[in-house]
Design a protein around this ligand. Structure first.
Ligand code: ADP
Ligand code: MG
Length: 686
């Protein structure tokens, strides 16, 4: 049960002033449904304003606060252009306050001719005139504006404004309770971190590194602790030693010899499975490194030993694809394999459930449906989890802890996570790495192309499609407004469709799952030739014929992600190409980063370099994948603070494995607060 002290924070957002059905919608789009979510919706950045008395004191592009006296209202000539309010500073310099669309009605009222107003906004030049387009604030009194020269900028969705978001965040913060401290006192003192309550307020009020670090640490600690609890319970639980005799594996007719890395990984897995203690192992390997065969061999070990194996995929379409691949490979072995997804109903579903109970189905592939309460196994010996999910592997691990006997678990990920991050993200899992690609892979030809050359790129796609091949077009999700990104993707889709015809499909996160699946299936079957997509998972399907990928605004992605995306086109023996379309305002770092993509095909190296180059900077890319491991912590923070959080968590569990002490109780509050409470149920009286 959630500790009572947290109840105010878990109230729905419509318990706040001014939140009704209309505002709920954009909030939900941002996944802000409870006060807790608002409190943790930290500003993306801060605007720092300078107060000036004279426009001459301000530079172009500068954020200022200034007192102006309105001299004239000037509607546009045609009625279609902007509405301008001319105003003067104390020295008589003139500035236009420019408004587009409906905003001009409010402006007329707020800025009557002859009146003095305090205005905050970004000073720009338009021709030979100074202007502020859509001032952020207009006020008849100075105190409000001069008191807040630093202003948070939040990620928004359509229907929300910055002041509204600020007010909601403030209301949520006002209801934040005082909580007992869960961080080790020594750590807190050494880092000079504020308490949780203060840290939250500070993080909304300005660029405060200690406050941000503290909140990030909370999340890392919660994650480490949750994994530690699962691990602790896992160690105590009964597993089964599974030793295969190799009979089934000998019947596999693989068309290729295994790579050294594959053989080594399989041996490590086999070694673990032969132990009674349940395996908890992570198999890390670039896209195309050949994880499927490793999983297959592991599953056959289980079957040879008389147990069953299950493979859990993140989406239905990926489950289907795995099923098809494995079914073909298993044909010479006679092993029974089935596919089970949420879509299966009635008779078909019943017969699969029967097969799982009586053991006639030896391997099952599916989505989380394979772990629903209605599904029982005769003897589930191994669970393979493919790709990671938003809340990381811990929650998935828990799925497997239901039976009398805990199965061995193998988690597979293609995300090239820097070594330093593995611990923060997965806790103390054992790791096997496929650090060697199967032979004969051609490197993916990677080019950086300026956006200005878009017409050439589209012409190139046309030629590419004419040869019968397919292409991906990836648009990023990076703006403060998610809807803006979707709109950009839709616009791109429309313009490609105009040029390339109906063979273009669009798939993005705001579409209904059935529609998304249908689009992806059309592409996978080759009916659609171009897939326009916004996130990594949507291009997660293997389409050997898709040998060209265009990534728009490539500079906005993390390198590890670009690499993971790019890996989708290197699936066959065909030569493949990745075009990184870059925006025009590219910084030095941006240039250096994209150049690395041409230089190396080593995902781990790219991930490490990206971390080095971008340092503590904003890691826009992480939001992209939809499987960002952390909500509060940036990758940089996870690397810097992860080890400490892990040590802290381990110490706590060693001293107080039931979380019964006062600090243990505080830690329970943390687990619920950070929504890592899945492990609490494993505790006595949890
Ligand atoms: P991923 O690690 O991305 O899941 P897959 O398991 O899908 O990679 O493997 C990618 C491709 O490489 C598949 O077509 C697979 O058959 C092939 N493959 C896997 N192992 C080898 C190998 N040792 N030699 C040659 N090809 C291999
Ligand atoms: Mg795979």
């Amino acid at each position: 049960m959630r500790p009572e002290i947290l109840n105010p924070l878990f109230a729905e957002t419509d318990s706040l002033d001014g939140v009704g059905p209309k505002l709920r919608k954009p909030l939900e789009k941002l996944h802000l449904t409870r006060l807790r979510d608002l409190a943790y919706h930290l500003p993306e950045r801060f605007v720092q304003r300078r107060s000036v008395t004279d426009l001459d004191q301000a530079g172009e592009g500068e954020q200022i606060v200034i007192a102006l006296t309105v001299t004239e209202h000037r509607a546009s000539f045609s009625g279609r252009g902007p509405f301008r309010v001319l105003a003067q500073d104390a020295a008589g310099n003139v500035c236009a306050l420019t408004y587009f669309g409906k905003a001009s009605y409010t402006a007329k009222k707020q800025l009557p001719v002859g009146e003095k107003r305090w205005v905050a906004g970004k000073l720009e030049r338009y021709g030979d005139m100074l202007q502020i387009v859509h001032p952020d604030h207009v006020s008849s009194d100075s105190s409000g504006l001069l008191g807040h020269l630093v202003e948070p900028v939040y990620r928004l969705a359509e229907g929300l404004t910055q002041p509204r978001m600020l007010s909601l965040a403030q209301q949520a913060l006002a209801r934040a309770p005082d909580v007992p401290e869960w961080i080790e006192p020594g750590v807190l003192a050494q880092q000079k971190w504020p308490g949780w309550h203060d840290a939250l307020h500070m993080a909304h009020a300005g660029d405060n590194a200690p406050a941000r670090d503290r909140l990030a640490y909370d999340e890392l600690l919660a994650n480490a602790l949750a994994l530690m609890l699962v691990r602790q319970s896992n160690r105590k639980r009964l597993g089964q030693a599974l030793k295969g005799d190799g009979a089934l594996r000998a019947k596999l007719q693989l068309p290729f010899p295994l790579t050294g890395a594959q053989r080594r990984s399989i041996a490590e897995i086999e070694g673990d499975m032969a132990q009674e203690a349940p395996m908890l192992r992570l198999l890390q390997g670039d896209v195309g490194a050949g994880k499927t065969v490793v999983a297959l061999e592991a599953m056959l070990v289980a079957v040879e030993a008389g147990a069953q194996a299950a493979l859990l995929a993140p989406t239905e379409i990926l489950a289907r694809q795995h099923y098809e691949t494995l079914r073909k490979m298993l044909a010479p072995t006679g092993v029974e394999i089935a596919l089970l997804t949420g879509r299966d109903k009635g008779r078909a579903r019943e017969s699969i459930l029967m097969g799982l109970v009586d053991g006639s189905i030896q391997i099952v592939v599916g989505t989380h449906a394979i772990f629903q309460d209605s599904v029982s196994y005769r003897n589930l010996g191994l669970v393979v989890i493919d790709e990671q999910h938003r809340f990381g592997v811990g929650q998935r691990l828990l799925l497997t802890q239901k039976g009398r006997v805990t199965p061995h678990t193998l988690a597979m990920t293609a995300t090239p996570i820097p070594r330093t991050l593995v611990l923060a993200q997965y806790g103390e899992m054992d790791v096997s790495r496929l650090d060697e690609m199967p032979p004969g892979r051609q490197p993916i030809e990677t080019r950086v192309v300026a956006l200005a050359r878009l017409p050439d790129v589209v012409a190139g796609i046309e030629r590419h499609l004419a040869t019968g091949q397919q292409a991906y077009w990836v648009c990023p999700m990076v703006h403060e407004h998610e809807t803006e990104d979707i709109a950009a993707a839709e616009a791109r889709y429309a313009s490609l469709k105009e040029r390339l015809g109906d063979s273009v499909v669009l798939v993005h996160g705001q579409l209904a799952p059935e529609i998304k699946d249908r689009g992806m299936e059309r592409f996978a079957r080759g009916e659609a030739k171009v897939l326009v997509a916004t996130t990594v998972i949507e291009v997660g399907v293997d389409v050997p014929n898709a040998t060209l990928m265009v990534i728009e605004q490539a500079e906005r992605f993390g390198l590890a992600q670009l690499h993971q995306l790019r890996g989708r086109v290197g699936r066959g023996s065909e030569k493949s190409t990745c075009l990184l379309l870059r925006g025009d305002d590219l910084s030095e770092t941006g240039r250096e980063r994209l150049a690395l993509m041409r230089e190396t095909q080593d995902g781990f190296r790219l991930a490490e370099e990206d971390l080095r180059l971008r340092g503590g900077g904003e890691l826009l890319g992480t939001r992209q994948s939809g499987d960002a491991p952390f909500n509060v912590a940036t990758l940089e923070q996870a690397v810097r603070l992860g080890q400490m959080a892990n040590d802290d968590a381990r110490l706590l569990v060693e001293r107080d494995g039931g979380l019964d002490s006062p600090r243990g109780a505080a830690a329970r509050v943390l687990l619920y607060l950070m929504e890592r409470d899945y492990g609490v149920s494993l505790l006595r009286g949890g």
